[in-house]
Design a binder for this molecule. Structure first.
Ligand SMILES: [Mn+2]
Length: 300
């Protein structure tokens, strides 16, 4: 089976302040590229959520998504991300932009959005499993029943990643799973495919960059050729051809950095209380300034 995977598209209706291009149009180009790639020889499309940037997207944004899903001539299986949901509440999924559009699109029978209590769906000898995210707690394990189907794939949108930061992540070597592939999004930088203890870990990173990332990466999707012996499966990240690097508003960013470093240098030159008194002496009347001196006498 050949699967395409992409995640965190974050469809928006307006251009982000950090970008100089027309972001909704750039996002349409990326989706068009995915449609073109899928028309060749791909069996299914998988996505780990955050299709929309907010749970109440504009109608124009929902149109971008439904047009994409209609043009995609292969089954499309996805799960919701935190941006698709209202406060990680899977119960209200149908009232979100993603839940509503997928409910309508289901009449075409090509789309499957995992809901709270959905555990899996089958495709040939593959079973695609879903596990919901519990807010504020990274997922520790994803163990499935392997008595049916030959291969087992998992879709999640969670703090599971190859490296830890702020002790908020379950790293792949600590993640307890018997899946053949774990597809994840949420952490937008992504990484090259990793094969660890009989499991492939795929996170291509976000399709949309809201600001210039450090280090800079080109948005990617993964082409997964799941044929033959598992450890020799050809799983590759592919860069979007339409992603050009100079889409960011670099001047805006530099101004902001100047502003921050200015504050920092002021902090180094004097302590906050002395700074306040220096300013107060200029702007307050003598009586008020004396009163302030009196009040702060003990702490100075
Ligand atoms: Mn996201």
């Amino acid at each position: 089976m050949k699967a395409i995977f992409f995640t965190d598209v974050h469809l928006v209706s307006k251009t982000n302040v950090n970008r100089v291009d027309n972001l909704p149009e750039t996002q349409k180009l990326k989706l068009k590229e995915l449609i073109d790639v899928c028309s060749e020889d791909v069996d299914i499309a998988l996505s780990s959520g955050d299709m929309f940037d907010r749970h109440t997207p504009a109608i124009t944004t929902m149109n971008t998504f439904t047009n994409f899903a209609e043009c995609l001539n292969i089954p499309f299986i996805l799960c919701p991300g935190n941006h698709d949901l209202h406060g990680y509440n899977y119960k209200t999924l149908e009232t979100t932009g993603l839940g509503y559009t997928c409910k309508l699109l289901k009449t075409y029978k090509k789309i499957k959005l995992f809901k709270q209590n959905d555990e899996y769906m089958d495709y040939d000898n593959f079973r695609i499993h879903f596990k919901q995210t519990i807010d504020k707690e990274p997922m520790k394990e994803f163990i499935v029943d392997r008595t049916t189907n030959e291969f087992h794939l998992g879709l999640i949108h969670d703090m599971v990643y190859n490296i830890d930061f702020y002790n908020a992540v379950t790293t792949y070597d600590d993640f307890n799973t018997n899946l053949d592939v774990v597809f994840n999004g949420h952490i937008h930088n992504g990484h090259e495919p990793i094969y660890l203890d009989d499991t492939w870990f795929i996170n291509t990173g976000s399709v949309t960059r809201m600001h210039k990332p450090k280090p800079v990466f080109i948005p990617r999707y993964a082409m997964c050729n799941l044929k033959g012996e598992k450890k020799h499966w050809v799983v590759e990240n592919k860069e979007f051809k339409c992603a050009i690097e100079d889409t960011f508003n670099v001047i805006e960013k530099r101004n902001f950095n100047d502003f921050i470093s200015n504050i920092e240098s002021k902090n180094i030159q004097t302590n906050a209380l002395d700074y306040m008194f220096k300013k107060a002496k200029i702007s307050l009347t003598e009586t008020s300034f004396n009163k302030l001196n009196e009040l702060y006498d003990e702490v100075r």
